[in-house]
Design a protein. Structure first.
Lengths: 99, 634, 261
């Protein structure tokens, strides 16, 4: 089996995650789709590490995980704060910057 | 004749123009401060010019006949590419005639105006404009190139506009000034075209260059130039078809009518034609057109003059007719040039005298002009009556007064030649003379004789000395000038070097016959006027009159024709252009602006405020970037 | 298939075990991801995402990345996803997205963009030069040692910066979650006063079935006068009103032998 299949899988998961960001209205679900995208890129990095024969891809994937964790922390804190004032977690609520 | 350079007193040509120009500058720029003595300065300047002109005239008389053209170059004006124009002056017999006429009659009218405009608070400005006119007219006649002549041409047009509309608070006077200027403009257009043709064909516009090249030029070119110069002359001299402004120009103060619209400016057209003799001599077709125009105007003015009750408008119609005579003579070629100028000189004296006399009458009648309200003042205003009478006798052509000598000569010249032309033009001139006698006598009798038809609040009185002395001087000129210049042959000898000797032609009628018939017609005209206006009572309100009378009162419908032919199509054209500008050009520009505005209005809807649509555009952008990278690699 | 193609195929062959793992877990991951996308309830999305992550962890393991596979399970699935679930509970677990799309054309545009992007990626990847060197050599001293070698030598600066980032994120979360106290802290005495002033039941409510024969959650407690206390039952059970769900209590008091005398 061609290791490129992993990369195709990664592309597919990335596309699904991206469409989820565009389509879901619940802020937390949007965030989860972003996590899905990050995971897809992680898979691609690990595959590239394996394909190249060095561990750089894995190191990068590791850093991605760390940063994703930090990002989740802050992002969820923001969502909670917004929820406290607005009583709603819909991303469509913040629409004042319009024409 | 050869042109020599100026020396001695003949080099003072510039002073002739500079003096009145200086006067105009001081009076117009000085403003109210110069009110006290403005009129005196304004009168002194043309007087100074007259003295200098007289000295120069005497100097020229002292020279041989062939040696009387003196040219002085003042400075280089235009040097662009192939066009080189110097500002220079040409003193020769023709220009000296005009200079003397303008300065002498001009000075007399200035003196008259001191009295006539005494009660007007803008008298100083009036003198400023008059001086401006004199300066421009002198530049016109003294110029040695067509382009400098054009400067003077425009200057007199400007002065005429300013003076006709002098009482600009009256909107009809201001409209009359505009009308005069616009009609003149059409003529100026002709002069510009003529100058352009001269430059293209001959390479220069000075008299020397043009007349030198006219010998070898084709008849077509000369005819074109001649017709364009004729157009210019028609505009300035109120000839058909540009004659409609002269009647309305009587809205200006009477000294203006006397100076500009009788003696000098309106004769500038005749000067132009006579000065351009070498061009017209080479274009017989243009000459024929000139004669026809003169003949038509002659009759036109005469018919109108018969029906006018306004004394100034009647005199204006008379001016139009007399200049028609001059044009007719000028169009006849070398045989008529001298007599055109001769009649111009005599006409300058008696017409100015008639106008100033009319002004004196108006002064006594509180500025009324309706002749039906005059009558019987020959005993009240004696000096005016005598001087006016002398002018009347001169204009109708009674010997031995000046009009007889000059007008008769024109009629004789009209009968010279062969074919149909002598008959048509000669007879026209004869008939015109008869009608002239009729309407001028009508004017004279209605104003000075018959029963007194004035209203109670009017107290006619003789004018003051300062107004009557110029009248007297002009009357002497009207009486004697023709006698001095004509039968002695002096004027022919004086002008022959400039305009050329006429070829010997036979006349279809003998001189004796012509003179007799002319005198008979004059007598008939006087008798008819006597019967209608002295023997019968003159009604105070104008009777309805015949079709011709009504048409003549409406200036033979000249305004109607002008409006229908020119004004309305012009207005229509401008209106459609405005429409095109508003809809088309503004529409395009505004449409472009609306397009931009509309597009931006549509585009701003992209800013929905929703995070998801922004995310969509980002994602689509990312897809495009990837696509572009792939495309590059393919 | 040409010889070079065969060689190429052979050189990049991964081995059957891995192939089986991939073809088993790959579709599961994709289906779970689609479930994340399409679930009505947010909790379902969270759990399906956790499933995806677990599949990915196994795939990491299959690709000679054991450290990452374990970290994926422990940190990502275990910590991050659970964090998501906690926040979901806070925000409202029963808040469901309505399926009606409020933005016009967003669905179609998103579909087109996603399909297009995916297609472009796949077609771009199709031209890639494929190698399969494998990590035998890199993992010679063990995967963890190899990673540590890289992290603390070549990527040490990124490591330091990332740790600073983590600290900053933690502080940021604290700042964001902090609620400024606007009124005085309510003491226990104040709470007690409030409770009694309200006129409500001051004591904790009885649990279900406490004074009855049964202590099932669906058996109501008995009040001192013997009547059943509806208030001791869960609201959910009352709301459901499933027939037979509420066992009526008996009115008798249970007596035992060593009672009386």
């Amino acid at each position: 089996m061609n290791p490129m299949n992993y990369v195709y899988l990664s592309a597919l998961l990335f596309s699904i995650g991206a469409s989820g960001v565009l389509l879901r209205r619940n802020a937390i679900v949007v965030f989860m789709c972003i996590e899905l995208m990050l995971n897809a890129t992680n898979l691609a990095f690990v595959t590239f590490a394996r394909m190249q024969g060095n561990l750089d891809g894995q190191v990068i994937a590791f850093f991605v995980m760390v940063v994703a964790a930090a990002e989740v922390v802050v992002g969820l804190a923001i969502i909670v704060t917004i929820f406290r004032t607005r009583r709603s977690a819909s991303v469509d609520g913040a629409n004042l910057l319009k024409y | 004749m050869t042109t020599s350079d100026a020396g001695g007193v003949l080099s003072l040509g510039w002073l002739l123009i500079a003096a009145p120009l200086f006067g105009a500058a001081v009076l117009l720029l000085g403003g109210r401060r110069t009110d006290k003595w403005g009129h005196l300065l304004g009168t002194a300047m043309p007087a100074l010019s007259f003295v200098v002109a007289l000295v120069q005239f005497i100097a020229l008389l002292g020279r041989d006949a062939e040696d009387r053209a003196v040219s002085s170059r003042l400075y280089s004006w235009i040097e662009v590419g192939g066009l080189k124009v110097d500002v220079g002056l040409l003193l020769d017999p023709l220009s000296m005639c005009f200079v003397l006429l303008v300065t002498f009659v001009g000075t007399l009218i200035h003196i008259y105006s001191i009295g006539y405009m005494e009660d007007d608070r803008d008298r100083r400005r009036f003198f400023g404009y008059l001086n401006l006119f004199v300066a421009a007219m002198l530049l016109l006649v003294l110029a040695n190139s067509y382009l400098v002549l054009y400067v003077g041409w425009e200057g007199v047009g400007l002065a005429s506009y300013l003076l006709i509309g002098f009482w600009s608070f009256n909107s009809s006077y201001a409209a009359a000034a505009k009308k005069a200027f616009i009609a003149n403009r059409v003529g100026d257009f002709g002069l510009s075209i003529a100058i352009m043709i001269m430059f293209v064909q001959f390479g220069g516009v000075s008299f020397d260059e043009v007349f030198g090249a006219a010998d070898g030029a084709s008849e077509g070119v000369l005819t074109a130039i001649g017709l364009m110069l004729l157009l210019a002359a028609c505009g300035k001299s109120a000839q058909f078809p540009l004659q409609s402004w002269l009647g309305d120009a009587m809205a200006g103060p009477t000294p203006v009518s006397a100076l500009i619209h009788a003696a000098t400016m309106v004769t500038a057209g005749v000067y132009l034609v006579v000065r351009s003799a070498p061009i017209f001599n080479g274009a017989p077709d243009a000459q024929l057109v000139v004669v026809i125009v003169g003949a038509i105007t002659l009759v036109f003015g005469a018919i109108i003059g018969c029906a006018k009750d306004d004394i100034k408008k009647a005199l204006a119609a008379s001016t139009m007719s007399q200049i028609g005579y001059m044009m007719l003579a000028a169009g006849l070629g070398p045989v008529g040039y001298v007599f055109a100028i001769f009649h111009l000189l005599t006409h300058g004296f008696f017409k100015a005298g008639l106008f100033l006399g009319a002004g004196s009458v108006m002064h006594g009648f509180n500025d009324q002009v309706n002749m039906r309200r005059f009558g019987g003042i020959s005993t009240v205003m004696k000096i005016t009556w005598v001087t006016f009478g002398l002018g009347w006798l001169a204009i109708i052509g009674v010997p031995p007064f000046s009009g007889f000598w000059s007008k008769d000569k024109i009629i004789e010249s009209a009968f010279e030649g062969s074919g149909w032309q002598p008959w048509v033009f000669g007879l026209t001139a004869l008939v015109g003379a008869g009608i002239t006698a009729f309407y001028m006598t009508r004017l004279f009798f209605m104003t000075f004789h018959g029963e007194r038809r004035w209203t109670d609040e009017v107290h006619p009185h003789e004018s003051s000395l300062i107004m009557t002395v110029p009248l007297m001087v002009l009357a002497v000129g009207s009486a004697l000038l023709g006698l001095v210049l004509g039968p002695t042959g002096w004027i022919q000898d004086w002008l022959a070097p400039v305009v050329g000797e006429p070829a010997e032609e036979s006349s279809v009628l003998s001189v004796a016959v012509i003179t007799t018939v002319a005198l008979l017609l004059v007598a008939a005209g006087v008798a008819l006027a006597y019967a209608m206006y002295l023997r019968q009572r003159v009604p105070v309100t104008a009777p309805v009159g015949s079709v011709l009378t009504r048409a003549a009162r409406q200036d033979l419908y000249q305004d109607t024709v002008n409006e229908a032919l020119l004004m309305r199509p012009g207005q229509y054209l401008t209106r459609s252009l405005v429409y095109v500008d508003n809809r088309g050009i503004d529409g395009a520009v505004n449409g472009l602006a609306a397009l931009v505005g509309g597009t931006s209005g549509r585009l701003r809807r992209l800013q929905t405020g929703f995070v998801r649509s922004y995310a969509l555009s980002m994602f689509a952008g990312a897809a495009l970037v990837v696509g572009a990278m792939l495309l590059v690699r393919l | 298939m040409t010889t070079s193609g065969q060689l190429l195929a052979a050189a990049t062959d991964t081995g059957t075990g891995e192939a089986v793992t991939f073809w088993l877990l790959g579709p599961i991951a994709v289906l779970a991801a689609l479930g994340v996308l399409f679930s009505k309830k947010a909790v379902h999305s969270a759990l399906l995402l956790a499933a995806t992550m677990l599949c990915l962890a196994v795939l990491y393991l299959a690709q000679d990345a054991p450290f990452l596979g374990v970290v994926q399970v422990v940190v990502y699935t275990g910590a991050v996803m659970m964090l998501f679930l906690f926040v979901l509970m806070l925000v409202g677990v029963d808040s469901a997205d309505s399926l009606v799309e409020t933005l016009r054309g967003q669905r179609i545009a998103a579909l087109v963009a996603a399909v297009g992007f995916g297609g472009l990626l796949v077609s771009g990847l199709g031209d890639a030069v494929v190698t399969n060197k494998g990590l035998k050599q890199a993992n010679a001293d063990g995967n963890v040692v190899g990673l540590a070698d890289l992290i603390f030598s070549r990527y040490v600066f990124a490591f330091e910066v990332t740790s600073a980032l983590l600290i900053t994120a933690a502080m940021g979360a604290m700042v964001l979650a902090h609620r400024e106290r606007h009124e005085e802290k309510v003491t226990q005495r104040d709470l007690s006063i409030q409770r009694f002033r309200g006129g409500q039941h001051p004591a904790p409510l009885p649990g279900p079935g406490v004074y009855a024969r049964h202590n099932a959650v669906d058996t109501p407690a008995l009040l001192p006068d013997g009547s059943p206390a509806e208030v001791s039952l869960s609201r959910v059970l009352i709301a459901l009103r499933v027939p037979g769900a509420i066992t009526p209590p008996t009115g008798e008091v249970v007596r035992t032998e060593d009672d009386g005398a």
